[in-house]
Design a protein around this ligand. Sequence first.
Ligand SMILES: [Zn+2]
Length: 95
Amino acid sequence: MNRYLRKILNWIGNWRGFSKCFLCGDSWMWKKAYHTIRVSDTRGIFPYCEECAQTRTLQEKLDAAKALSIEWAKLGSPESLQFWDNVASIIREES
Ligand SMILES: [Zn+2]
């Protein structure tokens, strides 16, 4: 996709309150997230998009998932970090 169009779409997505891929910054308004990584019956995490799932290194994916878990914990969901080991092992298995 053209990088200017991408910028505009991300700007609109941000303005509309969509969150984004932790690796490339593309908005969930238009970019497809990689499948939700289920960590329990009621919780899942979607730290990066399908494109990044294909192109980024394992370490980058782990860093993104960790950053998202920390952000959720800061936003009032401290249990997010309890699932970290689970998240990391699923990401390792998938890579
Ligand atoms: Zn991405």
